[in-house]
Design a protein around this ligand. Structure first.
Ligand code: IMP
Ligand code: MG
Length: 197
């Protein structure tokens, strides 16, 4: 795992901000900065391209995976992979930090996954319930084979069996935000990832 030295940063701080934390409502500790995320996403693309032939479909989970998948598809283009991209929305967390335990599909099923290789992409693999639910949903839609990619994996939190084939970063039992990952719909815009303090 990346051995970043953690330092406290103040997101939503206007540049040239004054003394102390400009926004005490949003203290986030920097864990993976922009450059480190870019390097890791850049390294995931060849890992994925070695494992999956061209012609697969990415199914990304909204909303958390939206930033990650946007960077990932462009990195994949650089290694000769041109996946289709579909999104599905699941719900389980509401506004809290702990899983409500039940996962639901909100809205449409993904189009055109029948018979195709699928790379299922999420922001965080936590208990594993969301990814297991999505995996089973896609298998039910006739996906030929499914690989799972999580930007952040928290293996110590697992409650449901899932095989994460590609991992951006592994973290312990901590709640992180940024780079698409939210807490109560906030902090998705941060270009870095870190725990709320
Ligand atoms: P799981 O179903 O328990 O694996 O949870 C997966 C979902 O919970 C992810 O898609 C995230 O939306 C959310 N989640 C889990 N851990 C975190 C976290 O540390 N920060 C923000 N969201 C999280
Ligand atoms: Mg999510």
């Amino acid at each position: 795992m990346a051995g970043s030295t953690e330092k406290t940063t103040t997101p939503e701080t206007p540049s040239g901000g004054g003394e102390g934390p400009a926004d005490p409502r949003a203290p986030v500790t920097l864990l993976f900065d922009e450059a480190e995320i870019a390097r890791r996403v850049g390294a995931l693309a060849p890992e994925i391209s070695r494992a999956i032939a061209d012609g697969f479909t990415i199914v990304a989970l909204l909303k958390g995976a939206f930033v990650f998948v946007a960077d990932l598809v462009r990195a994949l283009d650089g290694v000769g992979r041109h996946p289709r991209v579909e999104f599905i929305t699941l719900s389980s967390y509401g506004r809290g930090r702990e899983s409500a335990g039940t996962v639901r599909l909100i809205g449409e099923l993904p189009a055109g996954v029948a018979g195709r290789a699928v790379l299922l992409v999420d922001d965080v693999a936590d208990t594993g319930r969301s990814l297991a639910f999505a995996r089973d949903l896609l298998l039910g839609q006739g996906a030929a084979r499914i690989w799972i990619c999580a930007l952040v994996d928290k293996p110590s939190r697992r409650e449901v069996e899932i095989a994460v084939d590609f991992t951006g970063f592994t973290v312990g039992d901590r709640f992180v935000v940024g780079y698409g990952i939210d807490y109560a719909e906030r902090y998705r815009h941060l270009p870095y990832i870190g725990p709320l303090t």
